[in-house]
Design a protein around this ligand. Structure first.
Ligand code: MG
Length: 255
């Protein structure tokens, strides 16, 4: 009897892990850049994330000093402080794969021919006013390009997060990145859920179930090693943001 219970228990555990593994979406952090011919936040990284079947491809957006939206992670990229420079200066910068630093419009135009979802991070700008202006422009551009149903928004800034919740069409997922709000606080804010550093969930594993109980989704960044990936899958997070999407897909497939 004990052996039967053990076998049944093991099967149930495997089934749970399997189910969790398959439902967890892979998000390529700054696109799928860790591969030949790619670079962080390049258009190639978006195409490559799509080509391996990722749920989403994350990108970072800044607004330049002349009000244009460009895609890059760094506050200062190749000596240029993006939010203090004009768009011409920014788009003349060259990424490590030889592409010019893309505008958001170029990025979205390529996305129109792909299936992968766009996880758009608005970087924290110098004033709340700049963040409001940038968030409005991002939401408008996404709408004009027919991509309302393909985007999710993320931000470290509470102000920017609140602005996306206010400005994006109802039902658009909006996650908060900074790790300092509880599930209850995120729910009250109107967030879809947390998109927190993996260390936050290691410290508060109970937050994952708490979010689910509140009807929210859970995303986690940036999970790059196999042990952490397995921990997150076993704890049933909904999305994993990673620089190693192929490794994650392999682990999910092997569960
Ligand atoms: Mg980012």
């Amino acid at each position: 009897m004990k052996l039967q219970q053990l076998i049944l228990g093991t099967c149930l555990c495997l089934l749970t892990a399997c189910t969790n593994g398959h439902k967890t979406g892979t998000i390529a952090h700054r696109g799928f850049w860790n591969t030949d011919g790619s670079a962080q936040n390049s258009i190639a990284s978006l195409v490559k994330a799509d080509s391996i079947g990722c749920y989403g491809s994350e990108l970072d957006v800044w607004m330049t000093n002349d009000g244009q939206l460009v895609v890059n992670h760094d506050h200062i990229f190749k000596g240029v402080e993006i939010q203090e420079a004009d768009s011409r200066t920014c788009t003349s910068l060259v990424l490590d794969n030889g592409e010019a630093l893309p505008t958001l419009q170029q990025y979205l135009a390529k996305a129109q021919s792909l299936d992968v979802r766009l996880i758009i991070e608005l970087k924290s700008h110098k004033t709340p006013l700049r963040e409001t202006e940038a968030a409005q422009k991002v939401v408008d551009m996404v709408h004009e390009m027919g991509l309302d149903d393909r985007v999710e928004y993320i931000a470290f800034s509470q102000h920017a997060t609140r602005e996306f919740i206010r400005l994006a069409p109802e039902g658009t997922p909006v996650y908060y990145l900074n790790g300092d709000l509880t599930p209850q606080e995120l729910k009250a804010m109107g967030c879809t859920g947390p998109d927190y550093h993996l260390g936050v969930f290691k410290k508060h594993p109970e937050w994952i179930a708490e979010c689910h109980d509140l009807g929210m989704k859970v995303n986690v960044w940036t999970v790059n090693n196999a042990d952490d990936m397995r921990w997150m899958l076993e704890h049933g997070v909904d999305y994993i943001t990673t620089d190693e999407p192929v490794l994650l897909e392999t682990i999910k497939g092997g569960l």
